[in-house]
Design a protein around this ligand. Structure first.
Ligand SMILES: [Zn+2]
Length: 148
C-alpha cells in the first residue's frame, strides 16, 4: 500500500448541530470554551442562522465522508463566508505548529500539555490515525476570500 505523505493543513474540531439538524464544525480549545460561546449567543448555524446550537455526535471530520445533497447557491455563499471567517479565526487564535501537528495534537488530547488551539500540517495517514485515537481533526478551511 502506498502511504500518502503529502501534508495538509488540519485543526482540532468539534462537530456541532443546530435545532434543525444542520451539522457544522466549530473550533474550540475545549468544552468550556464551547459552553462560554454557546451561552454568550456567539454560535450561529451557518445554514439557517439560528443560535440554538449544540454539540453533535462526533463523526470523522476528514473530507469525503459526509456526502450530502447538493447545497443551494445561497447555502454555498453562506458556507464560503463561514469558512473564510473560520480560517481567519483559526489563524488569529490558534498556534501554528506546522508538521508537529500530530504530535502536539496527541499531547493535548492525552493531557500531557495545557489545552490550546493549534493548527498545522499532517498527512492523511496521520489524520486518520489521530481520528482513530479519538482526536478530532479536520482540514483547515481553504482561504476563499478572493474566490467568488
Ligand atoms: Zn441550522
Amino acid at each position: 500500500m502506498v502511504r500518502d505523505h503529502k501534508r495538509v493543513p488540519v485543526v482540532i474540531v468539534y462537530s456541532l448541530s443546530c435545532n434543525k439538524g444542520h451539522e457544522f464544525e466549530g473550533w474550540f480549545r475545549d468544552s468550556a470554551a464551547f459552553d462560554e460561546q454557546a451561552q454568550g449567543g456567539k454560535l450561529v448555524c451557518p445554514s439557517c442562522g439560528t443560535r440554538k446550537v449544540s454539540k453533535a455526535m462526533m463523526a470523522p471530520a476528514v473530507s469525503g465522508t459526509r456526502k450530502k445533497s447538493e447545497p443551494s447557491a445561497n447555502e454555498l455563499r453562506q458556507m464560503r463566508q463561514f469558512m473564510t471567517g473560520l480560517r481567519k479565526h483559526i489563524e488569529q487564535n490558534a498556534d501554528y505548529v506546522g508538521p508537529e501537528f500530530p504530535e502536539e495534537a496527541r499531547k493535548i488530547h492525552y493531557g500531557e500539555v495545557e489545552q490550546r488551539q493549534i493548527y498545522g500540517e499532517a498527512t492523511l495517514e496521520e489524520a486518520k490515525e489521530l481520528i482513530e485515537e479519538g482526536v478530532d481533526v479536520a482540514p483547515l478551511p481553504p482561504d476563499l476570500s478572493d474566490a467568488n
